[in-house]
Design a protein around this ligand. Structure first.
Ligand code: NAD
Length: 468
């Protein structure tokens, strides 16, 4: 079977890719294990592995425009976002892990003098990654960097709709001299190809970025197969908490709220889709947010001036608009956005939408909308803000907007989320771990040396010394 790729911008046919069958997945996993066992990659001196990965990063840099266009076409992401965020971020990710790989150390334990005991981290052998469609290249880099740096062979399943940038990286990996079979891209759908990877007995660890539904399915498949290690990066419902002095940030506040809410048309795991604002500045923040949202240009993703492209497909547009309709029916007020999609040549384009006066029990306050929709709620005390922030099943990210350090830290420590930024909407750079809590995942499983740990396992060596 083949999958037909359809561009979200205008319904253009972008080609086809094969659906990798369960039998083919099993064969790839076995072959990858043989490549691992041969030592052509895992046995290389670390400096040589680093050099190959650095060459890959350079080649991605060389082909930056191609990679940006592929994500723009496949995912409908604005080309400016692809050029300025996703591609440079992916290059940087591969470089960071290449540079880090020979700067990790094992440990010698404190034992009695007749023993030498040490621990080191070893690669699993074959590991897998399942990717979402919204950051095809960036998420691929988060998985490829640490997996290959640690010496594993990696099987990557891109999202059904967005395989082409990842396929291009695999071609560049060959050009960089990374041996054949170390990085394999297995295209296909979740229930067929993804499910086969999750259940494969050779795959030692699997890292998933996607929805909670997929996370549950992969956990169940891992439990029923070889108890492979599972790392989950799932959805979010992240709060942007603006305390009573939040306006002191000036434009930075509104820019942050807008970026949080509308980056990639809100189809972003860390989307700051809930603004929680102190009652004393609620109306002012709403008016600035609405003005900034209305100024965002919605249009064809290949236009460099576009800030919001189309949503990924018709079903997504219908889901997002239904969530807005339900919120309005429950009593919420549309401060901006019409609650309708504009259809251009087959693509569905939604305006930035701000909902205010949302009733406390409205479903939209707890459901990931995954579209350009933000709700605004008011609070009067810091504790109330934290309680509202935590009143969801997700716990991916949060932002706190206050200039008072004690309040910022109290909120940061009180919020149940894996990543909290203060005075910014940010996921941090590669030096800090990334990951969500609660139904957003397992916390701190991507980026930084934490990502190495997900793709390696501890070996303890206990050497009894003394007379034979
Ligand atoms: P999705 O769960 O529908 O798909 C993600 C991937 O899982 C795809 O490759 C899909 O084919 C695969 N998949 C689906 N069912 C599967 C199964 N039964 N077994 C194995 N694989 C399966 O999610 P999506 O629509 O591509 O992405 C949107 C979701 O991803 C949102 O919830 C978003 O918040 C989340 N996301 C999270 C992060 C993060 O870092 N936390 C980043 C980006 C996206």
């Amino acid at each position: 079977m083949t999958l037909t790729l359809v561009g979200p911008a205008d319904g253009a046919a972008l080609g086809t890719v094969p659906e990798t069958t369960p039998e083919e997945v099993a064969a790839h996993a076995r072959d990858a294990q043989a490549v691992f066992d041969s030592g052509v990659w895992s046995g290389l001196p670390p400096r040589d592995r680093a050099a190959a990965l650095l060459r890959l990063a350079d080649l991605m840099d060389r082909d930056a425009e191609t990679l940006a266009m592929l994500d723009c076409e496949d995912a409908g992401k604005p080309i400016t976002e692809c050029r300025e965020n996703d591609v440079p971020g992916a290059v940087e990710t591969i470089r960071w892990f290449a540079e880090a790989l020979d700067k990790t150390y094992g440990r010698v334990s404190t034992t009695s003098r007749d023993v030498l005991a040490f621990t080191e981290r070893e690669p699993y052998g074959v590991v897998a990654a399942i990717l979402p469609w919204n950051y095809p290249l960036a998420m691929a880099a988060w998985k490829i960097g640490p997996a290959l740096a640690a010496g594993n062979c990696l099987l990557v399943k891109p999202a059904d709709a967005t395989p082409r940038s990842v396929q291009h990286v695999a071609a560049l990996a060959r050009e960089a001299g990374i041996p054949d079979g170390v990085l394999r891209v297995l295209t296909g759908t979740g229930p067929i190809t993804g499910a086969a990877l999750a259940a494969d007995p050779v795959v030692g660890a699997i890292s998933v970025t996607g929805s909670a539904r997929t996370g549950r399915a992969v956990l169940a498949a891992a439990a029923a197969s070889n108890l492979k290690r599972v790392s989950l990066e799932l959805g979010g419902k992240s709060p942007q908490i603006v305390l009573d002095d939040g306006l002191a940030f000036g434009d930075r506040l509104v820019d942050g709220l807008v970026e949080a809410a509308f980056l990639t048309s809100g189809q972003n795991c860390t989307a700051g889709s809930r603004v929680l604002v102190h009652a004393s500045i609620h109306d002012e923040v709403v008016s600035r947010l609405v003005a900034a949202a209305r100024a965002l240009r919605v249009g064809h993703p290949a236009d460099p001036a576009t800030r919001l492209g189309p949503v990924i497909h018709d079903a997504a547009a219908d889901r997002i608009l239904a969530a807005v309709r339900d919120a309005v029916a429950a009593g919420a007020v549309l401060a901006t956005g019409r609650g309708e999609a504009d259809v251009h040549a087959g693509g569905r384009y939604l305006e930035p939408t701000v909902l205010v006066d949302v009733p406390a029990d409205a479903a939209i306050l707890r459901t990931e909308v995954f579209g350009p929709v933000v709700t605004v709620q008011r609070f009067t005390t810091r504790d109330e803000a934290v309680a509202l922030a935590n009143d969801v099943d997700h716990g991916l990210a949060a932002s706190v907007w206050t200039t008072r350090l004690d309040d910022a830290l109290a909120v940061a420590r009180g919020v149940h989320a894996g990543v909290v930024s203060v005075g910014a909407y940010s996921e941090g750079d590669l030096t800090v771990p990334f990951g969500g809590w609660k139904e957003s995942g397992f916390g701190g499983v991507e980026k930084s040396l934490a990502a190495f740990e997900q793709r390696t396992r501890v070996k303890t060596v206990w050497v009894q010394l003394g007379p034979r």
